[in-house]
Design a protein around this ligand. Structure first.
Ligand code: BTN
Length: 270
């Protein structure tokens, strides 16, 4: 017996992610107007990067029903079984807009989850999306910048939608899914379409990134807490005091000194 069989309420939500279903009457100008769909793929990031290197149209989306070698931040593995969302979007932002992509993608996920399911989520710095303290979505930004010019940027978004995280012991302690939270399945199609609309809405406000920064900062659950931040081989401990406009975290140490951290993994400390 396959012990990963999904309950029928979740199976019923296994809607088609065909490009036509995603793009039909989407109402965006360019995000999601072209979609490439794969039933199974190693990583949507690789295909999106290849497309970007060949000047694919801006807003092109690569989506997979499942990834067999999904990537997370810091070269970690990202589990993307069937029932989850795994997509990458090709963008050509200017250099000023680049730091805001992490923030806008996080906000787009928070907005979309709430709009489609009513579930409120929070952002753990820099861009983990949590529901009830557990990770429901992760975002990966990859870009190629030469001199001051951005050749391309790829936003990769993974969302645990219709899966029982208890079936995946490697993520179960720190992850959740929308179906686990709600006790019923969620339409991936509705969530994807809303996500694309939200991303375009926010992207079109750039390069004026301050409003995005302010909303992202106000949604960070990390600020004001005692945290441990692993950044490369260094571990910092302190109070997450604030975030700068470039997205970096300002950590206040017990001796009063301040460290500015550009990227890392946060865990809460008592
Ligand atoms: C993280 O939290 O570490 C980031 C996870 C990003 C996962 C998404 S799923 C779609 C895209 N393809 C990948 O291989 N990774 C990103």
């Amino acid at each position: 017996m396959n012990c990963r069989l999904l309950p029928s309420s979740i199976e019923m939500m296994e809607d088609s992610l065909s490009p036509a279903a995603i793009t039909s009457n989407l109402g965006t100008r360019f995000i999601g107007q072209r979609v490439i769909y794969y039933p199974s793929l190693m990583s949507t990031m690789d295909v999106a990067r290849r497309e970007a290197q060949q000047q694919a149209s801006e807003g092109m989306v690569v989506i997979a029903d499942e990834q067999t070698a999904g990537r997370g931040r810091g070269k970690r593995v990202w589990l993307s079984p069937k029932g989850s969302i795994a997509l990458s979007i090709v963008l050509y932002p200017d250099a000023v807009s680049l730091p805001f992509l992490i923030m806008l993608a996080s906000l787009a996920v928070v907005h979309s989850i709430e709009a489609v399911t009513g579930v409120k989520s929070q952002i753990k710095w820099p861009n983990d999306i949590l529901v009830n303290g557990k990770k429901v979505s992760g975002i990966l930004i990859e870009s190629r910048v030469r001199r001051d010019r951005v050749d391309y940027a790829i936003i990769g978004i993974g969302v645990n939608v219709n899966l029982r995280v208890g079936d995946f012991p490697e993520i179960a302690p720190m992850a959740t899914s929308l179906s686990d939270e709600l006790g019923k399945g969620v339409s991936r199609l509705s969530l994807i379409r809303r996500l694309l609309i939200e991303i375009e809405k926010l992207y079109l406000t750039l390069p004026a990134g301050r409003p995005i920064y302010e909303e992202w900062r106000d949604n960070l659950e990390t600020l004001g807490k005692k945290v441990q931040v692993r950044s490369g081989k260094i571990t910092h401990v302190g109070i997450a005091e604030s975030v700068a406009l470039d997205g970096s975290l300002q950590l206040r140490h017990s001796d009063g000194s301040l460290t500015q951290i550009v990227g890392g993994d946060v865990t809460l400390r008592d």
